[in-house]
Design a protein around this ligand. Structure first.
Ligand code: T46
Length: 201
């Protein structure tokens, strides 16, 4: 299938029920968070992060940094990255505008789900967020032009602690909407080893 045809936006509509919901995924530690959106004639109001609500769902997070990323064209791919000790990070990721396919990969050595991943569409339309715990590599591919991504992290940026895994490692089997030839990647992201070469944390 031509790369561009795989960029069709896969939008999902979030029917909020008036309160934040947390959903499980195929990887127990990775959760989908769905904040409520309270609409009225002016627009909507949404609590996009609430420490108490997340803690009630078992997500204890002491965030220290917010990141805001603007992406150009659809097919922009960032990842798969994580920071190792002494600067591990858990992340709460959302797409403010446009849409992304957000991916978390379990890279914890000895984990029963080592090498398995979760891929979830996050968009300004579905308002969904992905909780990516420490020990998971994170990456995303944009499904629309101009996708803006905002995420909170529990550890400060530490370039020396950054590690990565090549996004298209066949052993991971991630169904990205673009292939290596069409993806808009940084040189750094072209050079990561596969998971076997990285080894895990
Ligand atoms: C991550 C980061 C980067 N930077 C600076 C360093 C570079 O000058 C510039 C771009 O950095 P980089 O190419 O590493 O950005 P991404 O490729 O979006 O990296 C992120 O991609 C995946 C999706 C992640 O989950 C990580 O948060 C992070 O690795 O921002 C900072 O100043 N602070 C930061 O926390």
């Amino acid at each position: 299938m031509p790369a561009e045809s795989k960029l069709a936006t896969r939008s999902g509509i979030d029917r909020s029920t008036g309160r934040l919901r947390v959903e499980t995924t195929a990887l127990p530690e990775v959760r989908i968070v769905r904040p409520a959106r309270h609409g009225d004639g002016r627009g909507f109001f949404s609590e996009v992060w609430n420490r108490r609500a997340l803690a009630a769902a078992g997500i204890e997070a002491d965030f220290v940094q917010d990141n805001h990323v603007l992406n150009g064209r659809a097919g922009t791919l960032r990842g798969l990255h994580l920071q190792v000790a002494p600067s591990p990070q858990a992340k709460l990721v959302r797409c403010l505008r446009g849409a992304i396919l957000d991916v978390a990969v379990d890279v914890r050595r000895g984990s029963p789900t080592f090498g398995r991943h979760v891929a979830v569409e996050l968009s300004g339309e579905n308002w969904a967020q992905l909780w990516v715990p420490e020990g998971f590599a994170h990456g995303y591919c944009t499904l629309t032009d101009g996708a803006e991504v905002i995420y909170k992290v529990t550890g400060y940026y530490d370039a020396q602690a950054e590690r990565g895994v090549r996004f298209d490692d066949p052993a991971l089997g991630i169904d990205w909407p673009v292939d290596r030839g069409a993806a808009i990647l940084s040189e750094k992201d072209r050079a990561w080893p596969d998971l076997a070469g990285f080894g895990g944390v």
